[in-house]
Design a protein around this ligand. Structure first.
Ligand SMILES: [Zn+2]
Length: 90
């Protein structure tokens, strides 16, 4: 048996009217529109977190790419120098 915390909506705190549809979730009661708003807010929060995480992943990939490009550039220059010294006659 679960304990119901209140006979008011957990989102808006207004009481329920006679005959009104009441939804139960995780120990709380909600008006139907209030539960939709609450669930939407949860999704918006998750979406914001995913956007933030996506930016971090893209930034990490950009840093790896730039480091790779820098290493490649350094290796190419040192290869060019060693090629010059190898073929130098003076
Ligand atoms: Zn409500």
């Amino acid at each position: 048996m679960k304990f119901i915390r209140s006979l008011k909506c957990a989102h808006c705190s207004f009481p329920f009217l006679d005959g009104e549809l009441v939804l139960y979730e995780q120990g709380d009661l909600y008006h139907k529109p209030c539960l939709r708003i609450m669930r939407s807010n949860v999704l918006i929060g998750r979406s914001a977190e995913l956007r933030r995480r996506s930016r971090e992943v893209v930034e990490a990939a950009r840093r790896v790419f730039l480091a790779h490009r820098q290493n490649h550039s350094t290796l190419t220059k040192s290869d060019a120098r060693s090629d010059r010294s190898r073929f130098s006659w003076g």
